[in-house]
Structures are given as structure tokens and as C-alpha cells.
Design a protein around this ligand. Structure first.
Ligand SMILES: Nc1ncnc2c1ncn2[C@@H]1O[C@H](COP(=O)(O)OP(=O)(O)OP(=O)(O)O)[C@@H](O)[C@H]1O
Length: 325
């Protein structure tokens, strides 16, 4: 797609383990468009984080490696790019918010110095100016007494405060893309709402967000489009309203049924029976078939490709048309 901000094609990520080589992300293709929040959902272990981390070459290597695929951002393939060039993009054009702030804050330096450094690395300016910018962003992410916070070390902060500092650091340079992996798990709901408001504001200006979340409520509130991942592959891609009103993949349908809906008569809440298969042990055929109430013979033998069923609507199920409204 030519109007994409980021175009991922055929991404495969493998890990070498004692039990063998596993493919955690298997031929994943999708685009992130300008000014959108793209959600990524799926149960634990489906490959959401590994997909996100591979885009900025943050997969620990060894044991991991990107074995195939391209991720074209502003005409350049992030995966084939030398590390030096990627460093110029990381934190400036694309930044990442992790589940754990420990991964990105240095224990040895004051918060203010780390924020100022994040700015000055890409935009040379007097340190005081960068510190002022840092203080403004600490306020924006809801940190009280930002002046005092600039002088603090990470260990003096609670986990939630560290998380907010990391979010400020990811946003401070106004990147074109923020990859946010469960960004608010450590935060209380009021602060989380404030962070999501900031993300929406940035989306309306110039930033796209790839938002990984287990929380379908958050996905519904925040996202324009959604990718559903299962066992290392994308099984459905749709615009948000469409995904919730007319999910086409049995896995998506099962995910939706596992969420309580307020103010609605709802059939019994169900959990999805069984477990996500280990990447060392994917079943043949459709990887969801042994958990799928609608599986038929072909599902046990052949792997359905992700196919376009309508504009902005894709699913990887042989029988997706059954549920098309
Ligand atoms: N360093 C590693 N070595 C071996 N396997 C790994 C490694 N990192 C991830 N994996 C495997 O890759 C698969 C995908 O993991 P990933 O963290 O992307 O899942 P996820 O969908 O983000 O789950 P969660 O929501 O729990 O973060 C899992 O089976 C995981 O065990």
C-alpha cells in the first residue's frame, strides 16, 4: 500500500531454544497508516510483542533472529538497515513504550538528564531548553512536581511513575509512530485515561500508534483498526466497529464472547477452551482448529491464508463468509 507509514511484509521471527528452533512470528504482513491507532490483540504468547520488538531490531539475538521479511518505513527497510541508521530513527521517528519501564531507563542517571539526552540526541539544543521540554512532558503524563522529578533517579520512583517517565520519553520528540506494548498495565485507570488522551491528541496531529493490548475495552476506545493475532499469525484485520460488530474469524468471535458487555443481555460468558499452542508444536492445518467449534476436515489439513473479504476486512478462515453480514 503506497499511503502506508509502515509496511510490513512476510515478517518471520525465530528463536533457537534447547528444544529446537521456534517461529514465534510467521509470515506476518500488515501496514500502519498515517494518523491511526492500530490495535493488536490476541492471547498471551501469540507473537504480539515479538512482532513489535522486531520492527526496531530489539529482539535479543541470540537466541532470536528475523529470518525473513521487510518493514518499510518512509521508503527504507528497517530490518535491512544498518544499526547506525536505525539509531537515528529510533526515539525520533519511531519510539516504543514497553510493558516494563526497566528496559529503557538507565538506573545511573537522573530522569531530567535522560529526558534531555533523548531530545538532544536528535535535536541539538541547549541543555536547559531540553530540560524544560522534559519538564513539560512530565506534566503532560500526569507527574506531580515535575521539577523535583527531573532531579530524581529511577530507583526513587514507583513502578507507575517510571512507566509515566518512559511514556514521556517515547512522546517527547513527537515521533511519526509510537509502538506501545501494554503501555498502561502498571497505571491506575485515571492516569491510563490521561495517557490515552495524549495518544489520541498525538494521533490527530502527526503520530500513528500501534497499540498492543489484552484489554478489548481499551482497544474499542482507542483504535481505528485492529489486527488479531493467533499462534504467530494474523488471523483477522478490520476496522474497529466492523471487528466488534461482525467478527469473521472464529478466534476473534471467541475473544469477543469472553468479554463482558454492560447494559446488554448476553449469552453466557465463555472462556476459550484449550491453550495457544507452543510455537514448537503448532498443529497442522489451521492453528486454531483444535479449539474451534466450527472446524471441519479441511481445517485440520490446510492452513488458511489471510484473505481480503471486503475493503479493509481480512480473515484467515476457510468459512469466514458464513458470518459476513
Ligand atoms: N527470548 C525468547 N526465547 C524463546 N522464545 C521466545 C523468546 N521471546 C519470545 N518467545 C516466544 O515467542 C512467542 C511469542 O511471544 P510474545 O511475547 O510475542 O507473545 P505476546 O502475544 O506478546 O504475549 P504477551 O501478551 O504475554 O506479551 C511465545 O511462544 C514466546 O514463548
Amino acid at each position: 500500500m503506497t499511503d502506508a507509514l509502515l509496511d510490513i511484509n512476510g515478517l518471520c521471527v525465530e528463536f533457537v531454544t534447547d528444544e529446537g528452533t521456534l517461529r514465534a512470528v510467521d509470515r506476518v504482513s500488515f501496514s500502519v497508516r498515517p494518523n491511526e491507532v492500530l490495535g493488536v490483540v490476541g492471547e498471551s504468547g501469540c507473537g504480539k510483542s515479538v512482532t513489535a520488538m522486531s520492527l526496531l531490531s530489539l529482539i535479543p539475538s541470540p537466541p532470536g533472529r528475523i529470518s525473513a521479511g521487510k518493514a518499510v518505513f518512509q521508503g527504507q527497510d528497517l530490518i535491512a538497515m544498518p544499526h547506525e541508521s536505525l539509531r537515528r530513527i529510533r526515539g525520533k521517528e519511531i519510539s516504543m513504550i514497553f510493558q516494563e519501564p526497566g528496559a529503557c531507563l538507565s538506573p545511573l542517571h537522573r530522569i531530567g538528564d535522560q529526558l534531555a539526552e533523548a531530545v538532544m540526541l536528535h535535536y541539538p539544543m541547549p541543555k536547559q531548553e531540553a530540560l524544560n521540554k522534559g519538564r513539560d512532558w512530565l506534566s503532560k503524563v500526569g507527574i506531580p512536581e515535575p521539577d523535583r522529578m527531573l532531579k530524581a533517579y529511577p530507583f526513587q520512583l514507583s513502578g507507575g511513575m517510571q512507566q509515566r517517565v518512559m511514556i514521556a520519553m517515547a512522546m517527547i520528540n513527537g515521533p511519526s509512530l509510537i509502538i506501545a506494548d501494554e503501555p498502561t498495565t502498571a497505571l491506575d485507570v485515571t492516569i491510563a485515561a490521561q495517557i490515552f488522551d495524549l495518544m489520541r491528541q498525538m494521533r490527530d496531529e502527526k503520530t500513528s500508534v500501534m497499540l498492543i493490548s489484552h484489554d478489548l475495552g481499551v482497544i474499542w476506545e482507542m483504535c481505528d483498526r485492529v489486527l488479531v493475532m493467533y499462534a504467530g499469525r494474523i488471523v483477522e484485520e478490520a476496522e474497529i466497529r466492523d471487528l466488534f460488530e461482525n467478527p469473521l474469524h472464529p478466534y476473534t468471535r471467541a475473544l469477543m464472547r469472553s468479554v463482558p458487555v454492560l447494559d446488554e443481555d448476553q449469552e453466557e460468558l465463555s472462556t476459550i477452551k484449550g491453550q495457544v499452542p507452543s510455537p514448537l508444536n503448532y498443529p497442522p492445518g489451521c492453528r486454531f482448529h483444535d479449539r474451534c467449534p466450527h472446524a471441519e476436515e479441511p481445517c485440520k489439513k490446510e492452513s488458511p491464508e489471510l484473505r481480503t473479504l471486503a475493503p479493509n476486512k481480512k480473515a484467515a478462515c476457510f468459512f469466514a463468509e458464513k458470518w459476513m453480514k
